[in-house]
Design a protein around this ligand. Structure first.
Ligand code: HEC
Length: 127
């Protein structure tokens, strides 16, 4: 029985640690693909330069990258692929999606206390 609970704890713990964190996983993607527009004084309405400004936008960011509305790309893919294509790779998309699902775990590491309304809090296991 104890073994069972420990194993479950390890699985849940592993899943939490695997969650992308803002500074380590998500910020480099934003820096490559988003902040050229999403910075104070640029064309986009909000900054994605740091955790504090990006976090309230977690849900909108999730929607925008899943629907591929962001980053905007106006060239028509039927004319071939472009070397400066800003589209997110599948891996980057997955990272942003996973990170935004938990409203971006805090910069210092995954946190189970931050969650935007509507997202699911991880189940609490042992005391
Ligand atoms: C070429 C400039 C540019 C780039 C690059 C860019 N954005 Fe934007 N973004 C905009 C502009 C302009 C708006 C406001 C107009 C709009 O909503 O279409 C916007 C709006 C948004 C919104 C609000 C959408 C909504 O539905 O209200 C989100 C979220 C967003 N961007 C996320 C991102 C993310 C994440 C990236 C990188 C993966 C990114 N953007 C890259 C220019 C950009």
């Amino acid at each position: 029985m104890t073994t069972r609970i420990t194993a479950l704890g390890l699985i849940l713990g592993g899943a939490l640690w695997a969650a992308p964190t803002f500074s380590k996983d998500v910020a480099p993607i934003f820096n490559r693909h988003c902040v050229e527009c999403h910075r104070p004084g640029s064309v986009a309405p909000m900054s994605l330069l740091d955790y504090k400004s990006a976090r309230p936008w977690a849900k909108a960011i999730r929607d925008a990258v899943i629907s591929r509305k962001m980053p905007p790309w106006f060239a028509d893919p039927k004319h071939g692929s472009f070397s400066n294509d800003p589209t997110l790779s599948k891996a980057d998309l997955d990272t942003v999606r996973a990170g935004s699902r938990t409203a971006f775990p805090a910069p210092e590491g995954p946190s189970i206390n931050t969650c935007f309304p509507g997202c699911r809090m991880p189940a609490r296991t042992s005391p």
